[in-house]
Design a binder for this molecule. Structure first.
Ligand code: ADP
Ligand code: MG
Ligand code: MG
Length: 254
């Protein structure tokens, strides 16, 4: 079943066109990796899907389960089952992570007309999910605004994903400086959370991550479009040969 269908997507930021005629399709049960050199437009694509206000869509279409995703506000996208990976409180003095996560979870439940959990019920639920991800429960007591490292943010993101159980999650790893533990948590989480009914898109330039996650498809992004798609072997080939040959190959065949 097709979950996400992107056709000829064009988008700009500060009047500069970044995404240029991008096509991309995701079906349920699939894990996709989007790779590419710095500046190829990977994060821009993730942000456009999430509905980041700084990015202007100038052409093309995005259907999510047949619905026009681009017409939805970011919170409506979340309600429809699309996971937004950039929901961090900028400044929430004194809020500990368990409270933040419960607030996030209950807000989501309320928006979908589902049952909210009280602190004790939530505590059981979140610990069960953390067990699944092999995360240390001490993480719940951390203060949200007291400088989560890049790796800790990623862990929290995976935990949010495990709580919200989205239909489609897009995870942009590019700028997070993942240490080996965070890498394992992210990979383990993705592997645990993927079912036949959902799908995950990993945006990464770490080939290393793909030693832990076996993607069904690997895409290479260049100049704001996807120029090559392959299986997991493509990630290994990119690791061995870099990205240049893909652009060259694309230029000669285009
Ligand atoms: P990637 O994630 O693949 O490294 P990005 O999507 O972050 O690439 O960036 C793609 C291009 O868009 C780069 O050339 C970058 O400089 C430009 N860009 C991204 N965000 C902005 C912005 N807010 N203002 C101006 N240019 C931007
Ligand atoms: Mg990008
Ligand atoms: Mg990026």
């Amino acid at each position: 079943k097709v979950l996400l269908e992107v056709h000829g997507l064009c988008a700009s930021v500060n009047s500069v066109e970044i995404l240029k005629d991008l096509d991309f399709t995701v079906r349920s049960g699939e894990v996709h990796a989007i790779m590419g050199q710095n500046g190829s437009g990977k994060s821009t694509f993730a942000k456009v899907l999430a509905g980041h206000p700084a990015y202007e869509v100038t052409g093309g279409s995005v259907l999510f389960e047949g619905q026009n995703l681009l017409a939805l506000k970011p919170e409506e996208r979340a309600r429809a089952g699309f996971f937004l990976a950039f929901q961090y409180p900028i400044e929430v003095p004194g809020v500990i992570n368990s409270q933040f996560l419960r607030l996030t979870y209950n807000t989501h439940q309320k928006q979908r007309g589902k049952e909210e959990l009280d602190p004790l019920e939530f505590d059981d639920f979140v610990r069960e999910r953390m067990g699944l991800l092999e995360m240390n429960p001490e993480f719940l007591d951390r203060s949200v605004n007291e400088g989560f490292s890049g790796g800790e943010k990623k862990r929290n993101e995976i935990l949010q994903m495990a709580l919200l159980e989205p239909r489609l999650a897009v995870l942009d790893e590019t700028d997070s400086g993942l240490d080996i533990d965070a890498l394992r948590i992210v990979a383990h989480g993705v592997n645990q959370l993927t079912t036949q009914d959902n799908a995950i898109v990993m945006v990464t330039h770490y080939q290393r991550l793909l030693n832990y996650i076996v993607p069904d498809y690997v895409h290479v992004m260049d100049g704001g479009r996807i120029i090559k798609t392959g299986g997991k072997a493509l990630a290994l080939e990119l690791e061995a040969r870099g990205y240049e040959w893909v652009s060259d190959e694309h230029k000669t065949t285009a």
